[in-house]
Design a protein around this ligand. Sequence first.
Ligand SMILES: Cc1ncc(COP(=O)(O)O)c(C=O)c1O
Length: 403
Amino acid sequence: MLTRDDCLALDAADPLAKKRNEFSMPEGVIYLDGNSLGVPPKAALERLRHTAETEWGVGLIRSWNDAGWMDLPQTLGAKLARLMGVGTDEVLAVDTVTINLFKLAGALLGRTPGGIAAEQGEFPTDNHVMEGLSRFTGAHMHRVPPGTRPKDLPEGVTVFIKSGVHYRSAEIADFEGYEREAAQRGIAIIWDLSHATGLVDLKLKDWGAKYAVGCGYKFLSGGPGAPAFLYCDAGENGVLEHPIPGWLGHKRPFGFEDAYEPDSSIVRWRTSSPPILGLAALDGAVSVYDDVDMAEVEAKAQKLGDLFIERANALGLQIACAGVGQRRGGHVVISHDDGYAIVQALIARNIIGDFREPDIMRFGFNPLYNGYTEVFDAGLALAEVIETRQWDQPQFTAKKAVT
Ligand SMILES: Cc1ncc(COP(=O)(O)O)c(C=O)c1O
């Protein structure tokens, strides 16, 4: 097991360590929840302030043109595209994950009617919205067992929703293999990249992926409730008709025509007025990736996770994700009957992770602001909390609504 001195040496040699200064990290906190809500990048806060005070406060309505507000969903989408390995004209920063799933799946079913499939235990909203779409369209909804590959999906399925990194197990999907099997069966996969973007070295184009959605507030650190994004292969943009058309997806929105004529580019996926303050924060946040190699980010996340798992293994804890040396997303999952209270006891010590029912403790590692030494220290604190049963106090065991 690495010593604290080893960790200090790793931090000193880490090319990503300097990125931490670009984040507004509160003093004295070890933040291991960037897989849920990222720490604000200073550039995001500055951009938000500028957009509110100057673009809105002074520029007023002129800023729709002068400050590039109207095109922000596309210009920000182009920056996100680099993080996914797709074309700059193929991503839109828009709406929420749930709504984008509805739009993409609705459009795909409109073109190729058939069934929808999603895994049991997938992030709940993915199933909820697909069941809603199923009720709405009559398309049969299949809840398939976790790990079902496209070649084993039920007959008739044409749309499959799948997480790129699973929110519980942190499993990174076999993107390329899934796409190969799906192509053979004429199935379209919509990837939910909420836990993958900004963390995994994604090469969607090379892997044959054509459709994806994801959120802006986790590893991308775009702020609470940040806008989501939608990726659609350029070849499909002029063809697919999505089920929530609106004026800003129109070819000539300011023609104010009665008849709807969708734009033939990624713009057609737009529906409504863009939430400029949220987009501005995300736009500022994404700039921290300008000089970052995503392969380095993914590799460091793996090493930080390994370090934490080594400590958990030494405590005899049950690891519910890939173990040391195995590929996983940016969080480590430990299952424990008293997980809720343990996480609360750690939070009381300013070490912030999260808990998911029924017994999952999640600790997320963002390689842009988390370092080896603090992860080592968090591991020591975990050991102390468990070995001295520090968690066994009413203020930690009584559950609150939001954890
Ligand atoms: C995998 C996944 N999909 C979707 C969501 C939620 O998406 P939204 O609230 O943007 O609809 C989350 C939120 O944590 C998530 O983890």
